[in-house]
Design a protein around this ligand. Structure first.
Ligand code: PEP
Length: 248
């Protein structure tokens, strides 16, 4: 059985000192749980400014980390952007791509996201590619159409043999406390899994994201094709993040 994945998206939160404090506490707690990493992968996405702080405490451990966004070029005149090459130099193993906040607020489009995923693959950084529908799209019955199109266009030119993580995050469930029902998650994850294998993807894990908390994690993890979670708000405190990680 593959490991369950627990990924913390800190968004625009935590100073480097707070980030270090979180990792120290997390490592202390993990240390008390026998074989913690044998059934789990732990991932942290700090803000870019705190990436080095997280790297300094996680590099060489089983805790993976990486940026919440990277630019599609490795370097150059792109003021304000994050370089995947720099993330790699900081020993990042993972990177988030296409979070709904990037799509909505920063108007990121699928064809650009596709370039980011391809660059990450070239650098041997594992992309965690986010997809999901808005409330209006769900109410219009377009959930699957939107998700498939985000996959098709955002993953157009990538190597399908390389490992990839897809996070299904219904936009209406992110940061709202409104978690998708078990039936909704089960339906979308089953269809996504079917779609990805029909498209030739051979090594994909599927995460659910959207108001995952310690009290709903256990039930959500039992749903077929849910390989783990992308967690925002509840990942900011080590104790709630760890409760989710141990719900398995
Ligand atoms: C997220 O930011 O990806 C997320 C799922 O946030 P939250 O858990 O707070 O809904």
């Amino acid at each position: 059985m593959s490991k369950k994945i627990f990924a913390a998206n800190w968004k625009l939160n935590k100073t480097p000192e707070e980030a270090r404090d979180f990792v120290i506490k997390l490592k202390n707690e993990i240390f008390k749980i026998p074989d913690f990493f044998s059934g789990r992968e732990i991932m942290i996405f700090p803000s870019a400014i705190s990436l080095e702080a997280v790297s300094s405490l996680c590099a060489g451990t089983d805790i993976q980390f990486g940026p919440q966004n990277i630019y599609s070029e490795k370097s150059g005149a792109f003021t304000g952007e994050n370089s995947a090459e720099v993330a790699k130099a900081l020993k990042s193993q993972i990177a988030l791509v296409g979070h709904s906040e990037r799509r909505e607020i920063f108007k990121e489009q699928d064809d650009h996201l596709n370039k980011k995923v391809a660059l990450l693959q070239n650098l041997q950084i594992l992309p965690v590619f986010c997809i999901g529908e808005t409330l209006a799209q769900r109410e219009a019955g377009k959930t699957l159409e939107i998700c498939f199109s985000q996959l098709q266009n955002g993953l157009k030119e990538i190597n399908k043999d390389q490992r990839l993580i897809v996070a299904y995050e219904p936009v209406w469930a992110i940061g709202t406390g409104k978690v998708a029902t078990k039936e909704q998650v089960a339906e979308v994850h089953a269809k996504l899994s079917e779609y990805l294998s029909s498209q030739g993807f051979r090594n994909v894990q599927l995460l659910y994201g959207g108001s995952v908390k310690p009290d709903n994690a256990g039930e959500l993890l039992k749903i077929p094709h849910v390989d783990g979670f992308l967690i925002g708000g509840a990942s900011l405190q080590p104790d709630s993040f760890l409760k989710i990680c141990t719900a398995v």
